[in-house]
Design a protein around this ligand. Structure first.
Ligand code: HEM
Ligand code: HEM
Length: 191
């Protein structure tokens, strides 16, 4: 086993993520790569801009979709057989990867929840893709809305840091160690 750790070969993958786990991952990742630039753009628009409300609504709709997907994904991850990192990484590295994944899950849930809190407690309706409005689940409260805004604003930096680290780590595994980690998550069999 130590040989595997010291000399990773393309075939050291330890099983793969299930099709549903892979679908959750890539759909959520794509939505994350959409929701953030939309936020950057929408916050530059003047209050008088006629498209501003639509962009905010799209941001909120995608964000709530990420929340629903992430809750289902966390439930599924408890029932699913997930590939381990045993034999691919040193125990400390495997533990670090595990913590990083948990933190990504935390942000996938904390960002939409704080965004919802900011909007709903601020008295702004949360309309999902123009189809229906989420009934207000929290009272209108300036303090609660302010708390949501603070968490949402600060949380974005955790998202940028964690996602950058995550993508860099995948690049390191793919191009430097060539240990087949990416293949565990790709839709097709890469090794
Ligand atoms: C994973 C999901 C989400 C991510 C990653 C995310 C990310 C962001 C980012 C990066 C900003 C820009 C912050 C700034 O420049 O100050 C932002 C702003 C905002 N987000 Fe989200 N967001 C998510 C979900 C939501 C949801 C579900 C809602 C509401 C239901 C929401 C409501 C808002 C609002 C109202 C703003 C504008 C705040 C302002 O005008 O200062 N977000 N979001
Ligand atoms: C180009 C972008 C991305 C690439 C190449 C990528 C790649 C990967 C790979 C290869 C794994 C499997 C790691 C392993 O085998 O242990 C993984 C897991 C994971 N990724 Fe990504 N990812 C990307 C974007 C994202 C984004 C944007 C998020 C969320 C913000 C995310 C969240 C996660 C989580 C939570 C896991 C752990 C899955 C589990 O074990 O339950 N990824 N990613």
């Amino acid at each position: 086993m130590s040989d595997t750790i010291e000399n990773p070969q393309p075939r050291t993958v330890n099983g793969r993520y299930s099709p549903l786990a892979r679908t959750f991952h890539w759909v959520s990742a794509a939505l994350m790569f959409a929701v953030v630039p939309i936020a950057w753009y929408m916050t530059t628009l003047e209050r008088t801009d006629p498209s501003r409300e639509d962009w905010y609504s799209l941001h909120k709709s995608i964000g709530i979709t990420i929340l629903v997907l992430s809750i289902l994904r966390v439930i599924w991850s408890q029932l699913d057989h997930r590939p381990t990192l045993t034999g691919i990484l040193q125990p400390l590295q495997a533990a670090a990867a595990h913590v990083a994944h948990i933190l990504l899950y935390v942000m996938l849930i904390a960002m939409p929840v704080s965004g919802y809190l900011m909007s709903a407690a601020g008295g702004h309706p949360v309309v999902i893709f123009g189809l229906f409005t989420i009934p207000p689940l929290v009272p209108v409260s300036h303090d609660l809305s302010r708390l949501g805004a603070l968490l949402h604003d600060a949380g974005q930096w955790a998202v940028y840091g964690l996602v950058s680290l995550h993508v860099l780590a995948t690049g390191y595994h793919t191009f430097v160690r060539r240990d087949g980690i990416l293949g565990r998550m790709l839709p097709w069999r890469a090794n």
